[in-house]
Design a protein around this ligand. Structure first.
Ligand code: 2BA
Length: 109
């Protein structure tokens, strides 16, 4: 068994949850926050049999778009401690950041 952790844009979370449930995938959604943008995103936890991992990755790929965002520094030029960015910069966010972990044990008690 594997545990898939997928961090996705909030705007994609609803469609992705629908697609996973429609494909009979059990999923937990967590509200999370990106360390860099400090904006809300959504983390999906999916416990799944090994052979279904490629199918799940494909569902995530189909439902999560890549977006361009402009980051404007909070601090004045030359003093941007939090991000290291000192001027408005375009960054690419997503589609999804996906980790696939081995599950040592799985219990439903
Ligand atoms: P954030 O940390 O808010 O990052 C949002 C986007 O900002 C990232 O998109 C990336 O394009 C950019 N970015 C992040 N750190 C940066 C830096 N130090 N300098 C310049 N640009 C930077 P994604 O890579 O698509 O990541 C989207 C979200 O996925 C992240 O939100 C974070 O919540 C999560 N994530 C990404 N990689 C991760 C990792 N290795 N471990 C844990 N979470 C991760």
């Amino acid at each position: 068994m594997k545990l898939i952790m997928a961090i996705v844009h909030d705007k994609d979370a609803h469609n992705l949850a629908d697609a996973l449930v429609a494909n009979k995938v059990q999923v937990t959604k967590l509200a999370s926050t990106g360390g860099f943008l400090r904006e809300g995103n959504t983390t999906f936890l999916i416990g799944i049999d090994n052979e279904r991992v490629p199918e799940i990755i494909e569902i995530i790929r189909r439902n999560c778009k890549s977006r361009t965002q402009t980051v404007t520094p909070v601090y004045p030029v030359g003093n941007s401690i939090e991000t290291g960015i000192t001027y408005p910069t375009e960054i690419q966010v997503g589609g999804a950041t996906v980790f696939v972990l081995n599950v040592e044990q799985f219990h439903k008690l």
